[in-house]
Design a protein around this ligand. Structure first.
Ligand code: HEM
Length: 387
């Protein structure tokens, strides 16, 4: 860091209090010019200004992802595509785009809809939990189905993802989460090497022996993590946030019933407002002048997408949920630049289908108690009455 005076902020991305208390920090950073130095975890620049954050995401040569995008690192193999720079990133991106990109996602509609209907059919009690019984089941079922991952691992993978990638907390039984994830990845690869099937897992494992386009074992592990972990909580959280809003705002519910073509706008505004994945880091490859400070080569920059998405310069009345935003899709909830979420088409489809199927299954969706929020972006339990 430069020695002369720079804006500073006390921000620790793994502080559990930040699950509910991060928004005032973003305002504090924006009030100082949009970028500030945090001394946590060896020090990093925190960016909460929309224009600055987007600039960093598109300057791939000077702001790299290959040294990791998590502060502090979490001890897992680098996530495929996400934690690589070009040229490896381009190869990875192609493999993932084939699985979940814009040409493939529309063909997954029937599979996603089938899971949504099956789950809704189990929501029969006086009160149903649209978080635990529906949103958080749906994306897990979809990702396991899409990949061909063993169904008995669902609950464990969910716990591991929370321990390693989301909350950074120990497993309830005290085991080492990174070591257990590694074991699971090795088991999956060994199983599909011995018994290949017609699924995505087998196809990615077969790249280990591909004479021309081989992937290393580390890359194959990272690819499995990219879909298994990247595709679940992010989508589940957004779905749950939108369902909670639909249940508690009768006018919005009536509008989406009358004009289902507006559900995608509601999905996008939910991703902006709730920003389910709040921050990702880059590392500067050169000295770069950014928003009045100098980021030195080797320093890390944490892009606070949740802060950028509530930047009033970009989104007037940023805390309001509005369907008619002129720049509604130009948010950073899916990132931007070459690392912009490769699963975006699938996520958009899943959340839209979850809403469509819920509204088709019940003429009225009403709240039936307090929502349990695990973080300000995660309504885990949403008690409701469906009539
Ligand atoms: C609403 C749901 C989702 C949200 C909010 C979300 C958010 C994001 C964000 C912000 C990034 C950019 C990371 C960065 O800038 O470093 C990203 C990248 C990525 N996402 Fe998503 N994501 C969602 C759903 C999914 C799904 C369904 C999948 C997989 C099926 C997925 C897989 C990935 C992968 C592999 C990357 C890395 C892409 C690359 O580096 O080229 N995501 N996501």
């Amino acid at each position: 860091m430069t020695t002369h005076s720079v804006p500073t902020v006390a921000f620790d991305p793994v502080d559990q209090a930040m699950r509910f208390a991060d928004f005032p920090v973003y305002d504090e950073i924006r009030a100082q010019g949009g970028i500030a130095w945090s001394p946590s975890h060896g020090g990093f620049w925190a960016v909460a200004d929309f224009a600055l954050a987007r600039l960093v995401t598109t300057d791939h040569d000077r702001f790299r992802s290959g040294s990791g995008v998590r502060i502090p690192p979490n001890g897992t193999p680098p996530t495929f595509a996400l934690e690589y720079d070009r040229p490896a990133h381009t190869v990875h991106r192609g493999i993932l785009t084939d699985a979940v990109g814009p040409r493939t996602a529309p063909h997954l509609d029937a599979m996603v809809r089938g899971h949504a209907r099956r789950l809704l059919a189990t929501c029969t009690g006086d009160t149903v939990d649209l978080g635990g019984q529906y949103a958080f089941r749906l994306s897990l079922d979809v990702m396991f189905d899409l990949i061909g991952a063993p169904a008995h691992l669902k609950e464990e993978v969910e716990l591991l993802a929370e321990a390693l990638f989301l909350y950074r907390r120990p497993l309830p039984d005290g085991r080492d989460a990174a070591a257990r994830l590694q074991e699971i990845l090795e088991e999956m690869v060994a199983d599909r090497t011995a018994h290949p099937r017609e699924d995505w897992l087998s196809s990615v494992v077969s790249r280990l022996d591909d004479a021309e386009h081989a992937l290393s074992e580390r890359e194959v592990h990272g690819a499995i993590v990219a879909l298994l972990v990247g595709g679940h909580h992010s989508t589940a959280r957004t779905t749950a946030c939108l369902l909670a809003r639909i249940a508690s705002e009768p006018d919005l519910q009536a509008l989406l019933r009358a004009e289902p073509g507006r559900i995608p706008e509601a999905v996008e505004e939910t991703v902006r407002l709730q920003t389910p994945l709040r921050w990702f880091a880059r590392t500067a490859a050169d000295d770069v002048a950014l928003g009045g400070v100098t980021v030195r080569a080797g320093e890390r920059v944490l892009l606070l997408y949740a802060g950028a998405n509530r930047d009033p310069q970009q989104f007037p009345e940023p805390d309001a949920f509005r369907l008619d935003r002129p720049k509604g899709r130009a948010h950073l909830g899916f990132g931007w630049g070459i690392h912009r979420c490769v699963g975006m088409p699938l996520a958009q489809l899943e959340i839209r289908v979850a809403v469509e199927e819920l509204l088709a299954a019940a003429a009225v969706v009403e709240p039936a108690g307090d929502i349990t929020w695990t973080s300000s972006t995660e309504p885990r339990h949403i008690p409701c009455v469906l009539r």
